[in-house]
Design a protein around this ligand. Structure first.
Ligand SMILES: CCCCCCCCCCCCCCCCCCC/C=C/C(=O)SCCNC(=O)CCNC(=O)[C@H](O)C(C)(C)COP(=O)(O)OP(=O)(O)OC[C@H]1O[C@@H](n2cnc3c(N)ncnc32)[C@H](O)[C@@H]1OP(=O)(O)O
Ligand SMILES: Cc1cc2nc3c(=O)[nH]c(=O)nc-3n(C[C@H](O)[C@H](O)[C@H](O)COP(=O)(O)OP(=O)(O)OC[C@H]3O[C@@H](n4cnc5c(N)ncnc54)[C@H](O)[C@@H]3O)c2cc1C
Length: 662
């Protein structure tokens, strides 16, 4: 065993808190940490899951290896009796080393849609075969022509009462289903979102279970044209696919009928809310918030550990080259991202709890909190993925040239994560959905309704209203987290008001509602962004009150302050304009941030260690726990396919003949 790099050893010795305590807190309890590690070690020690480096494989090989692993994974989950969704997720992430995989849509969207939208009889018919992987499904909603505006999807499902079947058609090129993961080669069924026609009337989008491949031969069924959409920016293990349906008949029982129903004679029974069809998207959006935390915390782990062992340049003439983590500029790049990774971890936990709490109510027939759940999931998905996406790239560049190597792990994290800004609702569109909710709440509050939940601060707008900015006292105490939360809250209230007033102003110029909305989009997106930022800061602060260990509390308090103050500097115009901050305070904040960087510095490595990514999961030579970066980078390079022979065949084919001609 190679010795641990001395720099990284020293970092760990200097930490002021116990990393295990913090890891337990992040997992939820010591028992949860123990169980997660147990599950991870089942995978890591399993010879079937030894990891071949995907960087040295073709796309087809990568898909093949992923399907092999997924199939083995399903058998082993059953053998080990792992059936809790969270535990399946740990196991799955470890098997695929964080890459997306061909069964993601089956596990994440097909099964979830069945659970949430199938009637009890349909669950009996479809769930067990799907759980046992006889039925392998995907979620086919997006078409070539439309991903965002799903009311305009063109695929049709027309009920034929004479046979009690639906007839599915993709009547135009733009109606071909495009993108669904696992559709290209893996799935034999798809949940297809289509416009329902019955008795000559269109009732909008509904979900249908459509067999697409023969259960015996896996050949496409009659009327089904299906395949892979080709190479992408990443997602190489995933066979995102296309699907064209031509007069494909399915039994009436294949329309998901927990809420909306079509009777045998073709009569239609409305659902209690037509947005229930969109429920699976809300689930995945809520999940993506936690994914933002994971992608960012992995990237920070790599960049911070590497920065602790990398020495470069001179701080003081004649002295040894410092660790690059000692440069203030490097700390300023990485520590706010580290703080964001912690913030998003807590927000991810909150989003998951909130999703389960409100879906519990929905299952009891109470739909009252659905709008807030949708607005929160949409906004926080967009807010956290945008920050994490940009942050991964900052981490990569903070590793200098070596960050550009695939073995740093950062390019894979980026290409796997970046589509979260687009899928499950393009981020700007999601922010506009949140804004729609905020503006509605703002108007309700102005009419005197009492709001609850994350928007309750809008109740206070009357109090804020009449004061001119110049006469308002500056409210921020930059050393007090509660005061910073208040400032974020007031900024959000102000920006929601600005957006609502912009809409009002546009309407007074006698523009239509829709044009007024479009002409206010910039203000609307900013209002949502401010609302989400407030929610994140508020949740981070609230988490601190749950921490009893004083050393952990202290270090997280420092991170929370950094997160809040750094966010103010990035959006200082808003805080100044709203009169929440004075210009002198802005330079005090810069000084305070510098002091916080110094406070965090001795704990930086311990803070990333606490995320507890083992080396197999991190898959990065730069982020190795032992810090032995250069040795393993050299070993990795030697394995490059170009190095299989000393002289590459191209030399004999092209260079040598060329030389003889010159
Ligand atoms: C035990 C079982 C499980 C076991 C196994 C577990 C193991 C765990 C392993 C899990 C592995 C997981 C891996 C997961 C990986 C996932 C990969 C994902 C890959 C990507 C997939 C996709 O992208 S799928 C396609 C996603 N598409 C979209 O998101 C489309 C975006 N567009 C829309 O959502 C909408 O069209 C819209 C939001 C743009 C709406 O537009 P618009 O307002 O014009 O139209 P509407 O008339 O429809 O809306 C009016 C009204 O409704 C409100 N509303 C809109 N959406 C919703 C909603 N979703 N919920 C509630 N309400 C909604 C809207 O705000 C309006 O309200 P008003 O009151 O009128 O204001
Ligand atoms: C890797 C990956 C996997 C996917 N997997 C699946 C899957 O399994 N199943 C599935 O059904 N789909 C899947 N999708 C499709 C995905 O859900 C859509 O791409 C996504 O919803 C965005 O829709 P779009 O592509 O139509 O973008 P567009 O809506 O065309 O967006 C293009 C631009 O237009 C802007 N825009 C659009 N509408 C508005 C508006 N109303 N106001 C302001 N700006 C607007 C957007 O902000 C964006 O800048 C996947 C996509 C990717 C990249």
């Amino acid at each position: 065993l190679a010795a641990m790099n001395p720099d990284i050893c020293r970092e760990r010795e200097n930490a002021t808190f116990n990393t295990e305590t913090l890891t337990n807190m992040l997992d939820g309890s010591a028992e949860k940490t123990r169980r997660r590690r147990e599950i991870e070690s089942l995978v890591i020690n399993d010879p079937d899951f030894q990891h071949d480096d995907p960087n040295f494989m073709s796309r087809s090989e990568r898909y093949d290896a992923a399907v092999k692993k997924s199939s083995q994974m399903i058998m082993k989950l059953r053998d080990y009796g792992i059936s809790d969704p969270e535990e399946i997720y740990f196991y799955k992430r470890c098997v695929h080393r964080g890459f997306s995989e061909p069964l993601d849509l089956h596990l994440g969207m097909f099964l979830t849609t069945l659970l949430n939208q199938a009637s009890p009889t349909q669950l009996d018919t479809f769930f067990t075969p799907a759980w046992n992987l006889e039925i392998v499904g995907t979620y086919a909603q997006t078409e070539l022509g439309h991903g965002t505006h799903i009311r305009k999807l063109e695929t049709t499902a027309t009920y034929d009462p004479s046979t009690q079947e639906f007839v599915l058609n993709c009547p135009t090129v733009s109606s071909i289903k495009w993108w669904p993961g696992g559709l290209g080669k893996t799935s034999n069924h798809a949940i297809v979102l289509a416009q329902l026609y019955t008795l000559g009337k269109c009732h909008g989008l509904h979900a249908f279970i459509v067999p697409i491949r023969c259960m015996k031969t896996h050949q496409p069924l009659p009327g089904v044209t299906v395949g892979d959409i080709g190479p992408k920016f990443g997602f190489e293990e995933v066979d995102n696919g296309y699907l064209k349906l031509e007069n494909v008949r399915i039994p009436r029982e294949n329309m998901l009928m927990k809420y909306a129903q079509v009777e045998p004679d073709g009569s239609y029974l409305k659902p209690p809310s037509d947005k229930l069809t969109y429920g699976t998207m809300v689930f995945i959006r809520a999940m993506i918030v936690g994914e933002s935390a994971r992608a960012l915390s992995k990237s920070c782990t790599i960049a911070i550990r590497y920065s602790a062992v990398r020495h470069q340049s001179e701080l003081r003439p004649g002295e040894p080259e410092p660790q690059i983590l000692d440069y203030q500029a490097q700390q300023y790049k990485l520590f706010p991202l580290l703080a964001a990774a912690y913030a998003f971890t807590f927000v991810g936990q909150y989003m998951s709890d909130t999703y389960h709490r409100i879906t519990g109510h929905i299952n009891q027939g109470d739909f009252s909190q659905l709008p807030e759940l949708h607005a929160l999931a949409a906004g926080l998905k967009a807010f956290t993925t945008w920050t994490a996406n940009a942050g991964i790239e900052v981490c990569r560049m903070a590793c200098g040239g070596h960050g550009y190597l695939c073995c740093s792990g950062l390019p894979d994290i980026y290409v796997t994560f970046t589509p979260t800004c687009t899928y499950e609702g393009e981020n700007t569109v999601m922010m506009l959905q949140t804004a729609r909710f905020l503006v509605k709440c703002y108007r309700q509050a102005r009419e005197g309704q009492q709001l609850s939940g994350t928007v309750s601060y809008l109740n206070e707008q009357q109090r804020l209203q009449p004061q001119p900015v110049s006469s308002r006292p500056t409210v921020v105490n930059i050393n007090d987290l509660a005061s910073l939360v208040e400032a974020y809250k007031l900024r959000a209230a102000k920006l929601v008001e600005v957006a609502a007033k912009s809409l009002q102003g546009e309407l007074q110029r006698s523009i239509s509602q829709e044009d007024a909305w479009n002409n206010s989009s910039i203000e609307l997106v900013r209002a949502s962004d401010a609302h989400c930022h407030y929610v994140v800061v508020e949740l981070f602060a609230a988490k601190l009150s749950e921490i009893s260990d004083t050393a952990v509390h202290s270090v997280l308090n420092t991170l929370a302050l950094l997160y809040a103050l750094h966010g103010i500097t990035l959006n200082s115009g808003d805080f100044l304009q709203a009169g929440l901050l004075s210009v002198p305070q802005l330079s005090q904040i810069t000084q305070r941030i510098k002091a916080l960087l110094v406070e965090i510095r001795p704990n930086a490595v311990a803070l990333v260690d606490s995320f507890d990514y083992n080396d197999e999961m991190l898959n990065s030579v730069l982020g190795r726990y032992d810090g032995n970066v250069y040795e393993s980078m050299f070993e990795w390079a030697k394995r490059s396919p170009l190095n299989r022979t000393e002289v590459h065949e191209s030399y004999y084919k092209y260079m040598k003949p060329l030389r003889s001609k010159l």
